[in-house]
Design a protein around this ligand. Sequence first.
Ligand code: SAH
Ligand code: SF4
Length: 343
Amino acid sequence: MATKQVLKGLSPEELKSFFQSIGEPAFRAKQLYSGLYKNRYSSFSEFTSFSLGLRQKLEETAELPSFQVHKDLQSKLDGTRKFSFIVGEQREIEAVWIPSEDGNRKTICISSQVGCTLACEFCATGKLPFKGNLKAWQILEQVLMVEKLSGEKASNIVFMGMGEPMHNYHSVMKAASILSDPDAFGLGTRRITISTSGDIKGIERFIRKKEPYNFAISLNHPDPEKRGDIMGIDKKYPLEDLIEAARNFTRTLNRRITFEYILIPGVNMGQENAKKLKRLVSSLNCKLNLIPLNTEFNGWRRPTESEIEEFREQIKASGVPVMNRRSPGKDINGACGMLALKG
Ligand code: SAH
Ligand code: SF4
């Protein structure tokens, strides 16, 4: 039997070609597209505007695959919920539902790869064997599944789960375009954030294509001699070049860039590092997100509240907006860098 065409994750044009290939008019593509992503239909039987004959034809030639839910963990500390899904043999990915305290913002953190090749020293995902890129439909399916399981719709999406989005550029952007398409999920482009560990080739591509999404770079260390100790990618794309790429982003697109900065006591905190970081960020149109370390690898520990505050105060003098990111779902390993930890 011929393999069935997966209809999730296809662009409207690709869907048109599919319908033409089975001898159906092109306008069916639009109906299927909005049925999947506006109405969140998950099976052909829900497309009641299609004739029985067409639904049967679709069953025979195409499919709407989904994932099996492996874990569903609810935080006792806040509303965070972490899910893991089976996406193929020995392949598991995670996505996290993160409602804000005031309930206004409902963020889903999604994965772009199964594991990650970059193995940053502080990150749990990097400790897993890398098992490949996710397809566009598998990226979107995380959103559909989390919404279905939580019974609510997301207001924001962040590509900050497992994987390096720039290493799966095409599928990530395809998924993002469907998430932002008014005929599909209809999320504003600035409600979608894509984060990179500093892959300059990917950053340049993002600039060249004028991608409209929020963009974040995981800076994590302000010292060109030391960043490479915690992030292997720095050896390929050194800090000075990364800052130039960020500057190019802000100038060419005339937009602010976000830097993420993990806080690891004894590694990248303290006055010297604060000074260096201040110098770096004050020369750029950017904002800074401080993320307290969540894991305890390498004998490292999480920073205390007063250490976080002290560091933040030092940076604030630069005039750059500094956000202190909460660490949601700590008890279920749902926070940044904890995906792939047990439980
Ligand atoms: N690979 C991409 C996106 C996923 S990681 C990237 O590195 O940007 C998302 C964010 O989680 C990054 O900013 C990363 O620095 C942060 N992070 C990773 N491990 C962490 C940990 N143990 N504690 C806190 N933040 C962590
Ligand atoms: Fe990969 Fe990002 Fe984790 Fe580094 S921090 S190992 S790039 S997922």
